[in-house]
Design a protein. Structure first.
Length: 468
């Protein structure tokens, strides 16, 4: 089983990896399909004239608050999550709404009226996953030419219905067909391979990555990921005002940061200082995410603040930090994230927020423990502690926006991650609940969880908080 560190950490835009980045990427894939020879054309004289899209399941229920419709339009205009300019997005949307056409580069203009051709279908879920969407192309006589179903399976990953079936078949066979030196699919396999090889988790992950790229390319990519995370924190600490969406939630990170800076300069005793810095870093990221800014999935946008906050904590409170430490942190975190995604889910629409913030906290705890000198067994223990204490966490965003309770939830996830790493390092790595058992429990809990609590905004805080 191999999931690259650059699959786990992807640069994109907010507010949601599954509801924004995923649908944008699905639209990109559909455009690529239209230019390919992978669908049968009735004749050479028949051409695509119009496109229609329908969103299903969680995408339909919370798509407006998550910006899913906007993401589809941007994707159909050829914009991609890692390169779209957040400052131009509104103008692009307005152009499509005004003209009733999409004009992606390399394509003819296609008819597309967002009000009628983009449907939020809350009644009919698609069978493969809670985040389903259907893209259809028609000729000038409105005859269907080609249709594709895509699923946004969390963290910005997008697959077709047939690819999803193949993924599940491969998972049952426990084989991806790709040859790597350390093909661990479970935490137990990871620990066994570490013991036999004498390598750290980060070293094994690095060896796997270097089957695809050089060491220099890997380091440059890891540095680019951290630079994007770090920039997101810095932007979030500078901006004030009201976040979009109608809840009138005010950004708080800058004001909290200013107070912490004042305390830092005055040398006043604050026994909660580390927790306060962790919280403000995480909140800065998730306020940027809620505003549609540039973020890094870690492993999702809704949980994007936990890992950057704990890396910044590592820089802030550990004098021996260095760039290699940050790289090893990211490699270790990605190894744990890959195991969680392979054996359970990182999608809030599939298993609730335990799969988003819970997974992020487990990854962060593992990464932080690694750079603090933990053994592989202590790292596995740290990840288990962090994930265990997120089990059962629902995904119930108020008004379908990634704001309440998501922003503060990242802050608390970061605090739990640091606590878990500290507890694990003070032990010898032996513990009662294996990480694999915790991951399986998370999967089962998500399966049993009511759909009301899985990113549909039909239960929990979403229906018990008055919108005003």
């Amino acid at each position: 089983m191999f999931l690259s560190v650059f699959d786990v950490f992807k640069i994109g835009v907010g507010p949601s990896s599954s509801h924004t980045m995923g649908p944008m990427s699905a639209a990109n894939r559909f455009l690529d399909l239209l230019l390919s020879n992978e669908w049968p054309r009735p004749s050479s004289n028949v051409h695509v004239a119009s496109i229609k899209v329908s969103l299903h399941g969680s995408l339909a229920h919370t798509g407006i608050g998550h910006g899913t419709g906007r993401a589809v339009i941007l994707g159909l205009m050829g914009e991609r999550p890692d390169s779209v300019d957040p400052d131009r997005m509104d103008a692009i949307i307005e152009e499509v709404e005004r003209t009733g056409h999409i004009t992606p580069p390399g394509h003819p203009a296609y008819q597309f009226q967002p009000k009628t051709d983009l449907i939020f279908d809350k009644k009919v879920p698609l069978p493969g996953h809670a985040n389903g969407m259907s893209f259809s192309a028609f000729d000038k006589d409105d005859r269907l030419l080609v249709k594709r179903i895509y699923y946004s399976v969390g963290g910005g990953f997008v697959v077709t219905d047939t690819e999803l079936e193949q993924m599940r078949a491969d998972k049952k066979k426990a084989s991806s067909g790709e040859r790597i030196p350390f093909p661990f699919a479970t935490a137990k396999q990871m620990l066994d391979m570490a013991e036999r090889s004498g390598l750290s988790i980060a070293q094994m992950k690095r060896a796997n990555e270097e089957t695809r790229m050089s060491s220099e390319e890997l380091d440059a990519g890891l540095d680019r990921i951290w630079a994007a995370m770090n920039s997101c924190i810095d932007r979030g600490l500078k901006v004030e005002g009201i976040m979009p969406g109608g809840l009138k939630v005010r950004r708080r990170a800058r004001a909290i940061h200013d107070k912490l800076q004042e305390e830092w300069r005055s040398n006043r005793i604050n026994p909660l200082l580390a927790n306060d810095w962790l919280s403000v870093y995480a909140m800065a990221v998730n306020e940027e995410n809620a505003a549609g800014g540039r973020v890094v999935t870690a492993p999702t946008n809704g949980a994007a603040g936990v890992i950057p906050a704990t890396i910044r904590y590592y820089q802030h409170f550990h004098e021996d930090w260095d760039q290699d430490g940050i790289r090893n942190y990211l490699l270790t975190a990605a190894a744990v994230g890959g195991i969680i995604k392979h054996n359970a889910s990182i999608s809030g629409a599939e298993v609730g927020c335990q799969g988003e913030v819970g997974s992020a906290a487990a990854m962060a705890a593992a990464g932080l423990a690694a750079v603090m000198g933990a053994t592989p067994e202590q790292i596995e223990n740290a990840a288990e502690i962090a994930l265990e204490h997120h089990l059962g966490m629902t995904c119930d965003p108020v008004a379908g926006l990634v704001q309440v309770p998501c922003i503060e939830r990242n802050a608390l996830g970061a605090v739990k991650a640091v606590t878990a790493a500290s507890l694990a390092i003070k032990g010898d790595g032996q513990h009662f609940v294996p990480l694999d058992a915790c991951i399986e429990t998370m999967r089962q809990t998500g399966y049993d969880m009511s759909e009301k609590y899985k990113e549909t905004s039909t239960g929990g805080l979403a229906v018990n908080v008055v919108e005003c």
